[in-house]
Design a protein around this ligand. Structure first.
Ligand SMILES: Nc1nc2c(c(=O)[nH]1)N[C@H]1C(S)=C(S)[C@@H](COP(=O)(O)O)O[C@H]1N2
Ligand SMILES: [Mo]
Length: 335
């Protein structure tokens, strides 16, 4: 196992990527470099997918209930995030060990989560924006295009995985939303449907699941709106049809099955913060030096292996995100 001894950018893809993906990527990069001039101008297929998009938006409200975006996967890998310096977690392991409290407060929710109907599905963009909008999920995906990124995922419970997500940068969604200058935060909300989600009938939880980030965090390149994983569109237990991935923060920030994104001037109070403010805060950046009140955060268990490894500050993404926090020393940044 190849736990990060060198920074991510010094590892070769082959060291961290399963062979078949590696080979596909090689082929893809060959094709890509035939089309573009060098890697610096590696222009994502965004224009490509945008062209497809215009052609395939048949009905913006998708009354058919069909997924109209299967054809976008597997997506091209963004070379900047082609490796997370760790082995990718086995898909079966990942698909059968999930936190999704809407379907139960344990990890074996994958069967139950299949009752979630993810089409038709709309996303609301609301609050402090030039114009509020409601977008059908596949229209949004086609408009944004998709790419693949390999990210680490560190749960506050001290286990971790490495996942090949597909999706689009959160920053791109911020641009689409055209926020007003008064907008300081994004507040994300999960669906609420007690008929479908047994957890929603447990009234002691502050449903719907809610999370937030600052607009600066949302504009950082690492924030990712996930629409697929392992080269396919997103499984329900992963938070289909749209979830967040913020790999430098504890996993609970990566909210699943999003129905609305509100731009606001008030700091959102997340689901977990409402439940236990002494244990979970707004920032929730990974830091091995700051223990959870009930356990240590120094190490993490790699899911699907017997290995325990040291946890890294910002989950190893400090280079990308540390600057966001340099003037916030008085905040509870690490819980
Ligand atoms: N709506 C919703 N989003 C959620 C959760 C949840 O219970 N409900 N759990 C969070 C937690 S604690 C983690 S670790 C990740 C788990 O994602 P995974 O099941 O894909 O590993 O989802 C996060 N997003
Ligand atoms: Mo978590």
């Amino acid at each position: 196992m190849n736990y990060i001894k060198r920074p991510r950018w010094q590892l070769s893809e082959a060291e961290v990527t399963p062979e078949h993906i590696f080979m596909n990527r090689r082929n893809f990069l060959k094709k890509a470099s035939a089309l573009t001039i060098g890697t610096a101008s590696y222009a994502y297929s965004a224009s490509n997918t945008a062209a497809n998009a215009e052609a395939s938006i048949a009905n913006p409200n998708q009354p058919s209930g069909k997924v109209l975006t299967h054809h976008l996967y597997p997506a091209q890998t963004n070379p900047v995030y082609a490796s997370a310096g760790r082995e990718i977690t086995d898909e079966m392991v990942n698909s059968t060990y999930n936190n999704f409290y809407e379907f139960g407060s344990h990890k074996e929710i994958s069967n139950r989560a299949q009752s979630l109907n993810t089409r038709p599905w709309t996303i609301k963009i609301e609050g402090l924006v030039e114009q509020e909008q409601t977008i059908a999920i596949d229209d949004l995906i086609l408009k944004m295009g998709v790419e693949e990124r390999i990210y680490r995922h560190r749960c506050v419970e001290a286990w971790s995985m490495t996942i090949p997500w597909s999706g689009f940068p959160l920053s791109k969604l911020v641009s689409l939303a055209r926020p007003l200058s008064s907008a300081k935060y994004l507040e994300f909300k999960t669906f609420f449907d007690p008929k479908v989600a047994p957890g929603h009938r447990q009234s002691w939880y502050p449903w719907p699941y809610l999370e937030g980030v600052t607009i600066e965090e949302a504009q950082n390149d690492l924030g990712f709106m996930v629409t697929g994983a392992y080269g396919k569109d997103l499984k329900k237990q992963f938070g289909a049809p749209l979830r967040l991935a913020l790999p430098w923060k504890y996993g609970f920030k990566s909210i699943k099955s999003i129905v609305s994104i509100r731009f606001t001037d008030k700091r959102p109070i997340s689901f977990w913060q409402q439940l236990a403010d002494k244990e979970y805060g707004f920032w929730a950046n990974v830091n091995p030096a700051v223990d959870h009140p009930r356990w240590s955060q120094k190490t993490e268990r790699i899911l699907g292996s017997n290995e325990r490894i040291p946890t890294l500050i910002y989950n190893g993404y400090g280079e990308e995100v540390a600057d966001l926090y340099k003037n916030l020393q008085n905040e509870r940044l690490f819980m």
